[in-house]
Write a protein that binds this ligand. Structure first.
Ligand SMILES: Cc1cc2nc3c(=O)[nH]c(=O)nc-3n(C[C@H](O)[C@H](O)[C@H](O)COP(=O)(O)OP(=O)(O)OC[C@H]3O[C@@H](n4cnc5c(N)ncnc54)[C@H](O)[C@@H]3O)c2cc1C
Length: 432
């Protein structure tokens, strides 16, 4: 039997039930397709840091496969076109891939399934639980996080599955090296993609620095690697699995201590889990301005405000600092994301989807479910029982950047700008 396994957001050998399910084939063709970034909300392409981190993940996966006598065929193109061609050319009998929660990703899989002359197996590789172990059917997921957490908190998480010791040989295919990215990590967040750096960070945060033991008090820190785990980039690309992180938390609790902080870190994994299952249920409404309830809020599109927000050039220094951190490093803390998104929604009164699209372009931890789910939450059209969040930006700056170090580091204090640069007839206003 000849199988084809299509890697998606599960770029790892460890704890990969999808890959393992195809490890018994006689021949195995392993494939990765570069994501196609559709232009959306005035945003095109992929930010340099996000692309760099992804390239590093793919290169690292390929290195791991080469050590097992395998290889990775890395191609461009639409999955529903490329994969059926590969199936035909390499006489493949069965195809496997991981399940992805996003609407467009699922639509691609459905198109692919229709065009494939062979069976397509989907595997849960990105969540803590699989669908059968959830206490509610997929159509009856709680609308809010708290009832979700209460029902899943005590559920056992399956132990990570081991990496395969051997893999079937690949068919003779035109395997190619994946060129290195020319972008370097920013010095403020010197992290690289791949399972080895991801596992190293997990070990460092949990066991070496024991940051997990005080996480509840440090998690709002605005800098990467300083207070929260900063594991999201590897989790989002799948070079680290949520079950591996959950297993490390449990190990720490057994060997050292279980406290409010260790529990809180697990809660955050449950937030991630909640958004993964919500995205599946929300379907296309994850991208609607009014969300699933079609709760429309007053907003506008003012191109200058959006451009200033993207460039970190607004009248709010703390927001500017977060936006500059985001575009330079590809990451911002949860607190920083809340501050920047609240500003776009409430102060600038823009359509939240423009902000989400800009985050999608730049975040090295971009994940469709977490990104759009959190944006909907802040905008009050998603899973927030309070109907949205409006952060007081001055208060946030006083609490989380009391001496202005973060704002200065990212050059957040920008020169004042006129409120209007064009008149009512759209002519530029020129100072006499
Ligand atoms: C507007 C907005 C957009 C966001 N977009 C994304 C995104 O595209 N990808 C993404 O992974 N996270 C996103 N988040 C959630 C959160 O900000 C990041 O997961 C977190 O900042 C990552 O840093 P960390 O790994 O240090 O998190 P920690 O605080 O150490 O948490 C541990 C892990 O729990 C998960 N987690 C924590 N908070 C959340 C949350 N609110 N929602 C979902 N999962 C969470 C992450 O996987 C994280 O790595 C977004 C939040 C907001 C407000």
């Amino acid at each position: 039997m000849r199988h084809l396994y299509w890697f998606r957001n599960d770029l790892r050998l460890n704890d990969n039930p999808g890959l393992l399910a195809h490890a018994g084939a006689d021949r195995l063709l392993l494939v990765y397709l570069w994501p196609r970034n559709r232009p959306w909300c005035n945003v095109t392409g992929m930010g340099e840091q996000r692309e760099r981190f992804l390239v590093e993940n793919v290169r690292s996966l390929r290195q791991g496969l080469l050590r097992l006598g395998q290889d990775l065929l890395v191609l461009h193109g639409s999955p529903e076109v490329v994969i059926p061609e590969l199936v035909r050319d390499y006489r493949v009998d069965r195809v496997g891939a991981s399940r992805a929660p996003g609407y467009y990703e699922r639509r691609t899989v459905e198109l692919l399934r229709r065009r494939l002359p062979v069976p397509l197996d989907l595997h849960d590789t990105g969540t803590l639980f699989d669908e059968e172990s959830l206490p509610f059917g997929s159509g009856a997921l709680p609308a809010h996080f708290t009832p979700f957490r209460e029902q899943v908190e005590a559920l056992p998480v399956a132990a990570p599955v081991p990496r395969p010791d051997v893999l079937p040989r690949p068919p003779a295919a035109p395997f190619n090296d994946v060129p290195e990215s020319t972008t370097r990590p920013h010095t403020a967040l010197p992290i690289r993609g791949g399972s080895v750096p991801g596992n190293r960070r997990l070990r460092q945060f949990v066991f070496e620095d024991q940051g997990i033991a005080r996480y509840k008090t440090t998690r709002n820190c605005l800098d990467g690697l300083a207070g929260s785990s900063t594991l999201s980039p590897w989790l989002a690309n799948g070079s680290l699995s949520a079950r591996e992180v959950a297993a490390a938390i449990r190990r720490f609790e057994r060997r050292h201590e279980r406290n409010e902080s260790t529990r809180w870190l697990y809660f955050e994994l449950l937030w991630r889990e909640f958004f993964q299952w919500r995205a599946l249920q929300d379907d296309r409404s994850l991208f609607r301005a009014g969300g699933g309830a079609r709760r429309l809020r007053r907003c506008t599109f003012e191109p200058r405000s959006f451009t200033r927000w993207c460039a970190g050039d607004t009248d709010y220094p703390i927001v500017n600092a977060v936006m500059r951190q985001l575009t330079a490093t590809g990451w911002a803390s949860n607190r920083g994301r809340q501050i920047a998104s609240s500003c776009l929604v409430n102060e600038l009164q823009l359509d939240w989807r423009y902000g989400a699209a800009f985050f999608e372009k730049h975040l090295i931890d971009y994940d469709v479910a977490s990104n759009y789910g959190n944006w909907q939450y802040i905008a009050g059209v998603g899973a927030d029982p309070r109907g949205g969040r409006h952060f007081d930006l001055d208060k946030q700056a006083r609490e989380h950047d009391p001496d202005g170090t973060f704002t200065r580091k990212w050059d957040g204090d920008r020169p004042p700008q006129p409120v209007h640069v064009t008149d009512a007839a759209d002519w530029p206003i020129v100072d006499p």
